[in-house]
Design a protein around this ligand. Structure first.
Ligand SMILES: [Zn+2]
Length: 82
């Protein structure tokens, strides 16, 4: 099973199904037991959806760079310690 760090690094591949079934199963299994990564992935999906909507409304050469920057920022898993 992948670690939290690996799940965070593979979030894009997982959501775009750009990984092998074996890797997908590993991430899926991790998400079943790790609420932190489930929350992280949900936030990651929201970020991607928001960015895609924004890009569709106002297409410009800058949007792609912004998307990349947001994806990089979203790759850092949130800390949920008290
Ligand atoms: Zn995790």
């Amino acid at each position: 099973m992948p670690t939290c760090q690996e799940v965070a690094e593979q979030a894009t591949e997982y959501l775009e199904k750009a990984m092998s079934p074996r890797e997908r199963l590993g991430v899926w299994a991790h998400l079943r037991v790790c609420p932190n990564c489930r929350t992280y992935l949900r936030q990651f999906m929201d970020t991607v959806a928001l960015t895609r909507r924004a890009a569709a409304e106002a297409p410009s050469p800058h949007d792609e760079n912004r998307l990349v920057a947001m994806m990089k920022a979203a790759r850092t898993p949130g800390r949920t310690e008290p």
